[in-house]
Design a protein around this ligand. Structure first.
Ligand SMILES: [Cu+2]
Length: 179
């Protein structure tokens, strides 16, 4: 009846035909957007403050003369390569205030490890008696020195890291949560 509307109708029909004509598929693609799961049972849930930590693949640490790391909580992806950089920003000599970063396997007795490390001066405080508990470690660093290592945390869970220089692990320790 109203011939003025014929032209737009034809254009629309051609447009639909050229796109395959199906408009059902476009509505179906939005169905899964609201099903994001909440990680209530992940290992991260047991570590206070982890909810404020971004996942990273590069852990950057500084160690200082007051026997502290500048950070103590990290989150990484399990099974993915992680880089760790440690810089000793202190001024005390390595003999009295050396620092390293030792990443320990899940479930390692940190106090027992620290005790063995204390006796392992010839091994730069990386005790071979605990070799199977060590995921990775930096070199022992003197003032101004830095080291970079790469490792992979195999399973989801909480991994401790410490400085194994005698007397340091009590204040120089932190956690890496792998998810
Ligand atoms: Cu230290």
């Amino acid at each position: 009846m109203k011939k003025v509307f014929m032209v737009p109708a034809v254009v629309a029909a051609l447009f639909l035909a050229s796109c395959g004509g199906g408009d059902k598929s476009s509505t179906a693609t939005h169905e899964h957007e609201s099903t994001t799961s909440t990680p209530a049972e992940t290992p991260a849930a047991s570590v206070p403050g982890i909810e404020n930590v971004e996942t990273t693949d590069h852990i950057q640490l500084q160690a200082s003369d007051d026997m502290r790391f500048d950070k103590d909580l990290f989150k990484v992806k399990a099974g993915s390569k992680v880089k760790l950089t440690l810089k000793n920003i202190g001024e005390q000599p390595i003999e009295s205030m050396g620092h390293n970063a030792v990443v320990l396997d899940q479930g390692t007795d940190v106090a027992a490890f620290g005790g063995e490390a204390f006796k392992a001066k010839e091994e730069e405080y990386i005790p071979s008696t605990f070799a199977s508990s060590i995921i990775a470690h930096t070199k022992l660093l003197g003032p101004g020195q830095s080291d970079e290592i790469e490792f992979t945390l195999p399973k989801a869970g909480v991994y401790e890291f410490i400085c194994s220089f005698p007397g340091h692990w009590g204040t120089m320790q932190g956690k890496i949560v792998a998810e």
